[in-house]
Design a protein around this ligand. Structure first.
Ligand code: KG4
Ligand code: ZN
Length: 361
């Protein structure tokens, strides 16, 4: 671990204390991430160690591997973050020491239980040993708060779309902490559908970035894929029918001896997914009268989805916020932003908390 006691001048010590540094840990899936934020929201460290390469050969995240990799790297990722924060503050006495932090935040859930346990157990031991309070964070709230990293003056009420590998939700954010989930997916999550389509085409994992790159040169109107549960007032989602339609299309074309035009397939698949996302978000905005909209989760890194929401909703007078690209897929900066605010309000967790894989908003 980083040096327990770094040499500091009086002035440096006072400055560190004034900043009330919060270190946050994220380990809910296949990213081990650690960020350090100060009381004003300045991100002083933002480390992400991804395990994607270890899972790619299996075509998806293998929970057992995820847990082990978190265990292997968590100490060095925390150390790197402590060093980055000292460098960001221009300190000469070496890495920030655990005792110089004000609090330790951690993702409590939802996610893979074995992966979450590594982060939570580490955070508890680390905070306890340093004599610092523990702040537990909901990963889904993290994806929402990623928008604050791009737009600090984002204020409820607004409509929020969460599209990740594990979740698809349309949420009416009435106030911070007051969330009405208007609709969720009945089957696959949007990111999961991207991953499954890429897998069916033998293109690798994760599918989102591969499909979105292909779609750049494709015609979104080339293939008419189904749009499920597309009626007004229905905020639920269903992706499995679309996934089956894509698989059938691939089989059909292959049987007929035709070459599949991958860019057209990718663009048409994206259009089917995003048309539904747009329409339901627009309906929810109209129904609630909200004038603000934001989005989060791994799929919100998709340039076509971002552009569609910004342009089409923007034309209707809606202010659209999208997270910084680096804060769409799993990261600890978004967890740090939630932890900082909770700590500020005195929302501390006891040391006997457990990981909660089934947490919801
Ligand atoms: O939020 P995230 O990192 O993990 C979860 O909390 O689930 O999301 C990962 C998901 C994966 O399914 C991945 O394929 C998808 O986000 N993704 C994308 C893009 N980049 C990542 N989907 C569509 N387009 C992208 N550019
Ligand atoms: Zn996530």
């Amino acid at each position: 671990m980083a040096a327990a006691c770094a040499r500091r001048s009086e002035g440096e010590r006072a400055e560190i204390e004034r900043r009330r540094l919060v270190l946050a840990i994220e380990s809910s899936c296949d990213e081990t991430a650690v960020a350090i934020i100060d009381a004003d929201g300045n991100m002083l460290a933002n480390q992400v160690s991804t395990q994607i390469d270890f899972h790619a050969r299996f075509g998806g995240v293998v929970p057992e591997i995820a847990s082990r990799k978190h265990v292997e790297v968590i100490v060095s990722v925390v150390d790197a973050a402590l060093e980055d924060a000292a460098a960001s503050l221009g300190l000469e006495g070496g890495a920030i020491a655990p005792s110089e932090l004000a609090a330790v935040g951690v993702t409590q859930g939802p996610g893979l239980v074995g992966a979450l346990v590594v982060g939570v157990a580490f955070a508890k031991g680390f905070a306890y040993a340093a004599g610092k309070p523990l702040v537990c964070v909901n990963h889904l709230e993290g994806h929402l708060f990623a928008n604050l990293l791009a737009q600090p003056d984002l204020k409820p009420p607004f409509i929020f779309t969460l599209v990740s590998g594990g979740h698809t939700m349309l949420v009416h954010v009435k106030a911070w902490g007051d969330y009405e989930v208007l609709g969720e997916t009945l089957d696959d999550a949007v990111g999961e559908a991207f991953d499954k389509v890429a897998k069916a085409l033998g293109l690798g994992y994760p599918g989102g970035p591969i499909i979105s790159k292909l779609a750049e040169t494709g015609n979104p109107k080339a293939i008419d894929f189904p749009r499920a549960l597309n009626s007004r007032g229905d905020y639920r989602f269903s992706l499995s029918g679309l996934k089956t339609a894509v698989t059938l299309y691939i089989e059909q074309e292959t049987k007929a001896g035709r070459t599949i035009h991958l860019p057209d397939l990718a663009a048409s698949f994206e259009a089917a997914v995003f048309d539904v996302q747009y329409k339901k978000a627009k309906n929810a905005l109209h129904a609630t009268g909200c004038k603000e909209y934001c989005i989060g989760g791994g799929v919100s890194a998709n340039p076509h989805l971002r552009e569609m929401m910004i342009k089409k909703l923007g034309r209707q007078g809606i202010r659209v916020t999208v997270p910084p690209l680096s804060a769409c897929t799993d990261n600890a900066a978004m967890i740090a932003e939630v932890a900082r605010r909770k700590f500020d309000r005195g929302e501390i967790s006891p040391f006997d908390v457990d990981a909660d894989p089934n947490m919801t908003l």
